[in-house]
Design a protein around this ligand. Structure first.
Ligand code: NAD
Length: 300
């Protein structure tokens, strides 16, 4: 089977490598030449546009930064819609606004093309191991058709519901992960102010009610979890700007539904502030470095 892969960045790269390893013939495209060259190094053949990827493949995967990139790659000039044959299936694995998934699905449907959203969780380590969690929105038969391809990249593949609902699940997950990273960072800054050892605190929390996947796998404090971004100078991983985007999508969804939300907007603003201080392209757990104690020792 020929699988098209558009967006061979931080996540796309290891996901594509796993498809190649599992025997799929992969044709790739990325707007950044270095990213495309890396995909070729992993065993993919290069295409000159998203339309060409769609023409040359049986199933198209996209792994792009945000909503506007997904709309451009599918519906813009030289996009998937220009090259894809009727009857084909497209799988968007990016994290985007669920309304965008529905809009792209509807536009493709007019050409007889099927679309499902299948965002992922687990970051680069799980993308590399091929054990991503994948949450799928779309028709049940399309889900089953995509399953063998998704299984080359993920271990927990869950059908959530109709088109867009994979994205809803993803936004809910990232709301919790984004807030957790800030909560863990704040807690460790307080503890270190009192001279409590990071390693000991990690051990205590990992056995207590504050334990979180973020602390166990993506510890914001360097040197405690070898595979965490913090242990390699916060190289992403998952960029601060992308997490701020996801929290923004969650806040927008809540606003649309008139659900009151308090911590998600605060977390988003903290990440935006960190971004404006140069941390946007660092891993989102670098928020820990931003939450330094004030030099003003006056009592609060
Ligand atoms: P990234 O920016 O590293 O990679 C995206 C790639 O898409 C880049 O190489 C970029 O050049 C390319 N691109 C942008 N517009 C394009 C277009 N029109 N046509 C072709 N290529 C285009 O981002 P990433 O970290 O790989 O994340 C991708 C998606 O996965 C995001 O939606 C992100 O929220 C989500 N995600 C990321 C992680 C993570 O840990 N990095 C984890 C889960 C989900």
């Amino acid at each position: 089977m020929n699988v098209g892969f558009i967006g061979t960045g931080t996540m796309g790269q290891p996901m594509l490598a796993n498809l190649v390893k599992k025997g799929f013939a992969v044709v790739a495209y990325d707007v950044v030449p270095a990213a495309l060259a890396a995909a070729v190094k992993s065993g993919a053949s290069a295409a000159g546009s998203s339309a060409e990827v769609a023409r040359r493949s049986d199933l198209v995967i996209t792994m792009l930064p945000s909503s506007s990139h997904v709309e451009a790659a599918y519906l813009g000039a030289g996009g998937v819609a220009e090259g894809v044959a009727a009857g084909r299936l497209c799988v968007d694995m990016s994290t985007v606004d669920p309304a965008v998934s529905r809009r792209v699905a509807a536009a493709l449907e007019t050409r007889g093309v099927r679309f499902i959203d299948a965002p992922v969780s687990g970051g680069v380590p799980r993308a590399t191991d091929g054990t991503l969690a994948i949450m799928v929105g779309g028709d049940g038969r399309d889900f089953e058709e995509a399953r063998p391809v998704l299984a080359a990249m993920g271990a927990n593949i869950i059908h959530v519901g109709a088109v867009g609902s994979g994205e809803v699940a993803k936004l809910c997950n990232n709301l919790i992960a984004g807030v957790s990273a800030i909560a863990v960072s704040e807690a460790f800054r307080i503890a270190e102010g009192f001279g409590v050892d990071h390693k000991v605190l990690t051990e205590v929390i990992s056995k207590s009610s504050g334990n979180t996947w973020v602390m166990e796998n993506m510890h914001p404090v360097p040197g405690l979890v070898p595979r965490s971004a913090s242990s390699r100078d916060y190289e992403p991983g998952f960029m601060t700007d992308l997490m701020a985007k996801d929290l923004g999508l969650a806040v927008n969804a809540a606003r649309e539904l008139r659900v009151p939300v308090f911590v998600a907007p605060a977390a988003q603003q903290a990440l935006r502030l960190a971004s404006s201080h140069g941390l946007g392209r660092k891993d989102f757990t670098a928020i820990y470095t931003f939450l330094k104690p004030s030099s003003d020792q006056a009592p609060v």
